[in-house]
Design a protein around this ligand. Structure first.
Ligand code: CO
Length: 134
């Protein structure tokens, strides 16, 4: 069912420093910071030949990323995003298998303008999983 790895998201305490590290030390193509107020984050997109990395920084103290950084002050991997062809079919299949969908269970529009859902990390090897309709 799952297709390509769309992105890996990394929460970072210092967005400028993290973007500079990916640009200057790792030699990656790095976007300008982009505000995503609906998700409580500022994002820098890093384009790799086969996938993307998203550096996430909280917009304010209420952001879910702020809570994550409290527990992981150096930053850390926040979630992985896999592509699916049909987000509703994927959700229904996972719910039938006992997986928990976060929020009200309905897809939201994600950072790339496409419907996404998030799956509970306790159901997936301790890793928060995002599914995006490709
Ligand atoms: Co994501």
């Amino acid at each position: 069912m799952i297709g390509r790895l769309n992105h890996v998201a990394i929460a970072v305490p210092d967005l400028e420093a993290a973007a500079a590290q990916y640009r200057d030390s790792l030699g990656a193509k790095v976007s300008e910071p982009q505000s995503e107020p609906d998700h409580g984050v500022i994002v820098v997109f890093i384009e790799l030949p086969n996938t993307k990395i998203e550096l996430l920084h909280p917009i304010n103290e209420n952001s879910p990323i702020a809570k994550f950084l409290e527990k992981n002050p150096d930053g850390g991997m926040h979630h992985v995003c896999y592509e699916v062809e049909d987000i509703i079919a994927a959700r229904d299949r996972l719910k039938a298998a006992g997986a928990r969908v976060l929020g009200d269970g309905n897809p939201k529009i994600g950072a790339h303008g496409k419907p996404v859902i998030f799956l509970h990390p306790k159901d997936f090897c301790g890793t928060l999983v995002e599914l995006e309709q490709a």
